[in-house]
Design a binder for this molecule. Structure first.
Ligand SMILES: Cc1cc2nc3c(=O)[nH]c(=O)nc-3n(C[C@H](O)[C@H](O)[C@H](O)COP(=O)(O)OP(=O)(O)OC[C@H]3O[C@@H](n4cnc5c(N)ncnc54)[C@H](O)[C@@H]3O)c2cc1C
Length: 397
């Protein structure tokens, strides 16, 4: 595919730049470099600016506010936002459950939930993993028993990112414990986090932040109108969602921004008579990562460009997830190395600052993105999916 921008794409790029220059306040830039919920009120304001412009949900179907942008337009928009360190939006609300409700929701669900996602009124979290059911997700045990026109939910979720901010959870539950295959007895419920019987407990991570939680359900009564898709068909719904999630994890533009940070740091670090950038070994490793990132970017655009022609190629999302997370981790670690002593210190307020200004968030990102090869389905599992898909194995994936 052609990577050079066409005249129309250049015009679009200019429109995006003008919009960001006027709509993105300087004080909003960089607020969510390390944690996309660290200043939720700023994220909400930025989301409102995007919604007013009509650019909040460009990838949704047109009937629900999508814009039909080409893959290159999406890429340009994300790249320009990333360059200006625009606040990160909730990928679970805008990027995952929104498109899923467009796909599987009833008319009533679409009318109720979609405007609330767009307005930022509702913020979603993902209730898939359980203790003992991560990679082997189909073994999940949280039960939803029918009682009249309600489901009674009992069990526990874990590693639930931002459950402490979320107003709602899209949650996989077991509705038929006797199904012939474990996958056949699962449903997806859209659960209001304020319902009685839900307890959220924090889990702190190596980067010092509170990203995720344990969530306990103690006979929570969920109306049947909150079932997304058909009862016991939740596995298919979940697989569509995981494809959205895994493709998004590659996040090439954010990785490109990290690469620019590493370049800036290395250019300012003295080595011999020159800078670290001129060091043969460092320069070689940086160049290899830049080439890998270029290849990943081309692959991402090709996958997006192929769109529906690639239906059934579940392994594309897995390839993007593996390569994206691995390249990102390597770039961050190179950045930590370039930071020298600053990179070796825990990045709290008392830590020495690096003149580039990139030090703190780069170290935090390097620590946080260790998790990128685990969340969204561990990379080993993605390799299994790729192998089974390409070998056309009849085994369930
Ligand atoms: C930062 C972060 C945020 C997360 N956010 C959420 C969230 O919001 N919602 C949610 O539901 N979950 C979330 N998760 C959980 C995530 O989806 C799981 O951690 C992941 O699916 C792996 O499951 P597990 O932790 O139980 O590891 P396990 O399944 O116990 O795996 C442990 C190791 O064994 C390997 N392994 C397991 N089975 C196989 C196999 N068959 N073949 C080869 N290797 C195998 C795995 O690759 C892994 O390396 C998050 C995780 C992290 C780290």
């Amino acid at each position: 595919m052609e990577l050079a921008l066409t005249a129309e794409e250049l015009l679009f790029q200019r429109e995006v730049r003008e919009f960001l220059d006027s709509g993105l306040k300087p004080e909003w830039r960089g607020v969510s470099d390390s944690d996309n919920r660290s200043q939720p009120e700023v994220t909400a304001q930025w989301q409102a600016v995007l919604a007013t412009k009509g650019w909040l949900t460009p990838a949704w179907p047109a009937v629900h506010g999508g814009l039909g942008w080409s893959p290159m337009q999406h890429h340009i928009f994300k790249e320009e936002c990333s360059k200006r360190r625009a606040p990160k939006l909730s990928s679970m609300s805008i990027g995952m459950i929104g498109p899923l409700i467009c796909l599987y929701g009833t008319t009533a669900q679409q009318a109720y939930y979609l405007p609330r996602i767009i307005s930022g009124n509702d913020v979603w979290c993902q209730g898939f993993s359980e203790p003992g059911s991560g990679s082997d997700l189909a073994s999940l045990k949280t039960a939803a028993r029918r009682d009249g026109d309600e489901y009674v939910v009992a069990g526990q979720k874990i590693w639930t990112t931002y459950a402490h901010y979320a107003t709602h959870m899209f949650c996989l539950v077991r509705t038929n414990p006797l199904a012939a295959r474990p996958q056949a007895g699962i449903s997806m419920l859209l659960i209001d986090m304020k319902l009685p019987g839900i307890t959220v407990r924090p889990i702190r991570t190596i980067d010092g932040e509170h990203h995720f939680n344990e969530v306990f359900f103690d006979d929570v009564r969920v109306p049947e109108s909150c079932l997304l898709g058909a009862e016991n068909q939740g596995w298919d719904v979940a697989r569509s969602l995981l494809a959205f999630e895994r493709s998004g994890i590659a996040d090439v533009v954010a990785t490109r921004q990290a690469l620019h940070d590493v370049l800036a740091i290395a250019a300012g670090e003295a080595r011999g008579n020159g800078s670290l950038l001129q060091d043969d070994d460092f320069g070689d490793r940086l160049a290899r990562l830049e080439i890998a990132l270029d290849a990943l970017e081309t692959f991402e655009l090709r996958v997006m460009d192929a769109g529906p022609r690639c239906a059934g190629r579940a392994h594309d999302a897995s390839i993007l997830k593996i390569l994206g997370s691995e390249v990102r981790q390597k770039i961050h670690m190179l950045g930590v190395e370039a930071l020298g002593q600053v990179g070796a210190v825990w990045p709290d307020d008392a830590a020495p600052a690096h003149p580039s200004g990139a030090g703190r968030h780069l170290v935090q990102d390097a620590l946080f993105f260790r998790a990128a090869s685990i969340y969204g389905g561990a990379n080993e599992i993605q390799r299994n999916i790729i192998a089974k898909s390409l070998l056309k194995s009849p085994v369930e994936i």
